[in-house]
Design a protein. Sequence first.
Length: 343
Amino acid sequence: MDTGERQQPDNQANKHRQHPYQRTARPASGANPNETILNSILEKASNIERATNASMIRTAIKEALKEQCRNEREVRLKTLTFNSNNSQTTDSITDAIMAWVTMSMSGPPSIRPAKEQVFVQMASIKDKEALVDFIKISGQETLLSQHLIKPLPNGLYFERLPVKLEINNLPDSITIDKVRDSIMSTIQHNSKAKLIQIKDGKTHAKTKKRTISMRVNGEAFLLLIIQMNAIIPLNNGKSRVNLFLRINCRPWQCGNCHAVGHHPSCLGRLCTYCGSNGHQARECERRTKFCRTCGKLGHRAKDNHCPRFLSEVAKEIGKHDFPIEVLADSEMLGALLKQIQLN
């Protein structure tokens, strides 16, 4: 049959059949087609920008965690942990360590006092072993031998700091006692898991909600964040709710000039859009965002993907003593990334 004589499809049967592009591109009744296309382009561009920024943030955090893992291996092998009751004991331990370093002509150590511990990272593994031998030979009556922690099962003298966790947007109806009881009920089956501290926050005047912070040891961190997926079940009267644990790694940022981390002085209240003074963001006439924090165009000082902000985030991550078992395992590292918050 000639192509010109082919039977045409029944229009009645196919009147509802349209090309998918025609269906999605059809503007709403009374809408300007050009305006609809422009809005669609702007929406897609905005989605791409958000996805790109989220990817930048995730990559930066992941690299910071990997760097922490690399440093942690070396720290474990070189560090000795001493228990300390007060600042006077801390000073005495520091003086005794430095006296031995001078006598033995060892490399300079890095001494980090904490609330109840003193962490001494020696210049080399050889120096650490030499100091341990010296402490053992000196006898049990010396200051260093009395405060040095006992070696762990793996032979190291490195005691991990507690990890800080948070529960955000908690209503007043859920008391801190209920939260404590739920956490203790969750970790009670693991004798090594410890809830070291729990602290209630102030209730926000508008939202009427607050944040509860806590500190847990490495075993409790593994149980709560990895095994429980950061979810704590809580029975609140007749209902059952889930509490969501988070790890706050947001650095301090000035509410006026938006400077991140330590800075000597504040420049006053600046526009969050262009970084200038004399007006607010809603009054700003600039077309391009400017970040005074890092000095670059294209983003604001309050944006989480600012390079300077992410650099300070990496420092904050370094302050969290995450278990090396989590940092070295790709699956557990992914679970950890989900719980790190920057707001």
